[in-house]
Design a protein around this ligand. Structure first.
Ligand code: ZN
Length: 133
């Protein structure tokens, strides 16, 4: 794992949360992107080496809609940047971590991503991500 690439934060109202985070971080949102397969609309902020990803559900079946219904807003996942996502997935599977998907998929912000199931991380949803080149 190279670094914390971003923290994913679930929000009920993306526009209003962008305003809050722009004031909080004293910077502007540099990218908004919808990931249709995930049912989310995202907004990104840079904080030094790391990023904040705000996530809003675009439909009631979205994992973000379910998270908000169950836990309210807040930190939804931690994303670690990895050099080679396939080999990291293999390494973690061998250590009995449970992957939500068996092969990497396309995520927001030009990344290939995979999630570890929270049941194998004592409750934290963990994303692995690798920059596409
Ligand atoms: Zn993420």
């Amino acid at each position: 794992m190279k670094k914390i690439e971003h923290l994913g934060i679930a929000v009920t109202d993306l526009q209003s949360s962008i305003g809050v985070f722009e004031k909080l971080l004293n910077t502007t949102c540099y990218k908004m992107e919808e990931v249709i397969s995930e049912g989310v609309r995202t907004a990104f902020f840079k904080v030094g080496e790391s990023k904040i990803e705000l996530l809003e559900a675009t439909n009631p079946e979205s994992p973000i809609a379910k998270f908000l219904a169950k836990q309210g807003g807040g930190i939804h996942h931690i994303a670690f940047e990895v050099e080679d996502i396939e080999s990291e997935m293999e390494r973690l599977t061998a250590l009995d971590f449970v992957l939500i998907q068996q092969s990497p998929k396309d995520g927001a912000d030009n990344k290939r991503i995979a999630f570890l199931h929270p049941k194998s991380t004592n409750g934290m949803l963990v994303e692995l991500c690798q920059e596409k080149n």
